[in-house]
Design a protein around this ligand. Structure first.
Ligand code: SF4
Length: 70
């Protein structure tokens, strides 16, 4: 199963994902406005996840397979 997540070492809080897809991404609570992928995003086909990853200007949105440490 593919999984989509935001790499918080890379996210620069540009907001592109949150603005473009507010049902799929949100800022997490806390002092830093780091984005997180919402549960609805996990139900999408891998192809759609790959498209979402393209939204991020710094490639912080990553798609990976469960059990794949990369
Ligand atoms: S588009 Fe990328 S850098 Fe901007 S908030 Fe989303 S994950 Fe972070």
């Amino acid at each position: 199963m593919p999984r989509i997540r935001v790499d918080h070492d890379e996210c620069v809080s540009s907001g592109a994902c949150v603005l473009e897809e507010p049902d799929l991404f949100a800022y997490q609570d806390g002092p830093e406005a780091l984005a997180v992928a919402l549960p609805a995003a996990q139900a999408l086909p891998r192809e759609r996840m790959e498209e979402l990853a393209e939204l991020c200007p710094v490639s912080a949105i990553v798609v990976e397979d469960d059990g794949d440490p990369a």
